[in-house]
Write a protein that binds this ligand. Structure first.
Ligand SMILES: *Cc1c(COP(=O)(O)O)cnc(C)c1O
Length: 386
């Protein structure tokens, strides 16, 4: 049996007619830039995430970039972020000629570790600390970072928080006893509609959630080259607009999102059960969920990531047996070639370095069969028992 990492067909088949009709309507409208689909999606996403507003943008990367531009991040500034994420999280900081400051992760959730964050800030000299313009926690794999602790630290130092929720739209956490959705408790929430995310379009797209109306105005201004009046520019922005075809597709999919989250959660529970039955003696550790299970979405499993002994060999063995898997991510930021000039060395971030050697994402997409998951776990057990 062949098991792919992801198959986008089941949700497409489920909604094919509605999706094709929505795309056709945009094409027939001849309204190809901004327009009602963007306005509609912004209202629906802000309602879904529990924020006052949302601003559609061209990608998850541009969501982060635009949020940093609204905070006027530039040369000489610093931005603190997790050392273990998709490249975009740190890349956007460097693109603005600011310096990313990496923070190690929690060994269980693999999200930014609040204690390390606190320590990094405490150890900075006051000149540097004054120029820390943002903290970017990442809600890795579909589970929120410890926002309660992060917000305490950020408010102590008065530093804005940009949540990288690209993998976690709809994931929840509790803050002071209140249930909060990813992207609703920081100053900005950045999301991606890249096709492999839980809410994926038919191309690139993204959105920024925001509560503050002045910040929302700034996002909208810088989304269109900073021009309030056409051809007059007070500030510099970019072309960060969301394509209305993507917005139309996402609007068809959004009402189904919680059901797809549920299917991923069921798949994850099934994997957990299968691994427990195989009893691989600690060679495979299933994902840790840190948030209380009275939440509807304590984890939305954009990725189901195990920690595995002899991970690379296991991955090759699975590939030989037609089972796809992926390593998110094989190299932490401080060891990326483009960031070596910042002085990072092996050993500086032991938790992210260990994670980079152990993590392996298994197929968890909605529509995969029970037999597929059984095959995956059987092959993993076979690898360790041989
Ligand atoms: C996917 C992703 C992004 C970037 O989103 P794009 O839409 O691909 O630009 C940023 N951060 C994280 C954590 C992601 O997973």
């Amino acid at each position: 049996m062949k098991v792919p990492l992801l198959d986008l067909r089941p949700p497409l088949e489920e909604l094919r007619n509605e999706i094709v009709e929505a795309v056709t309507q945009v094409i027939d409208s001849t309204r190809y830039i901004m327009g009602p689909e963007i306005d509609g999606l912004e209202k629906e996403i802000s309602a879904y995430c529990g924020t006052n507003d949302a601003v559609g943008v061209s990608s998850g990367t541009d969501a982060l970039l635009l949020a940093l531009m609204v905070l006027d991040v530039g040369p000489g500034d610093f931005v603190l972020t997790s050392n273990f994420s998709f490249f975009a999280t740190a890349g956007v900081v460097a693109r603005l000629h600011a310096t990313p400051v990496f923070v190690d992760i929690d060994p269980q959730t693999l999200n930014i570790d609040p204690e390390s964050l606190s320590r990094v800030l405490a150890e900075m000299d006051s000149q540097t600390r004054k120029r820390v313009k943002a903290i970017i926690p990442v809600h890795l794999y579909g589970q929120c970072a410890d926002m309660e602790a992060i917000l305490k630290i950020s408010s102590e130092y008065n530093i804005p928080v940009i949540e990288d929720g690209a993998q976690a739209i709809g994931a929840e956490c509790e803050i002071d006893g209140q249930i909060r959705s990813a992207g609703s408790s920081g100053d900005f929430g950045c999301f991606s509609f890249f096709p492999s995310k839980n809410l994926g379009g038919v191309g690139d797209g993204g959105i920024v959630t925001v509560n503050n109306s002045e910040m929302a105005d700034q996002l909208r201004l810088k989304r269109v080259h900073g021009g309030e009046r056409k051809y007059y520019h007070r500030v510099i922005g970019g072309n960060f607009r969301l394509d209305p075809i993507q917005a139309a597709v996402i609007r068809v999919k959004l009402p189904h999102l919680n059901k797809w989250h549920r299917q991923r959660q069921d798949n994850a529970e099934h994997y957990n059960k299968l691994f427990a039955e195989k009893d691989l003696g600690g060679k495979v550790r299933t994902p840790f969920v840190g948030h209380s299970d009275n939440l509807q979405n304590p984890h939305i499993y954009n990725q189901y990531v195990i920690k595995a002994e002899r991970r690379d060999e296991l991955q090759s063995f699975l590939a030989e047996n037609d089972i796809a898997s992926e390593v998110y991510y094989p190299l932490p930021f401080h060891l990326q070639e483009c960031f070596l000039h910042l002085g990072g060395k092996t050993g500086d971030f032991p938790v992210s370095e260990a994670a980079a050697e152990e993590v392996l994402a298994l197929p968890v997409y909605p529509g995969m069969t029970k037999e597929m998951r059984e095959t995956v776990v059987e092959q993993i057990a076979k690898y360790y028992q041989s």
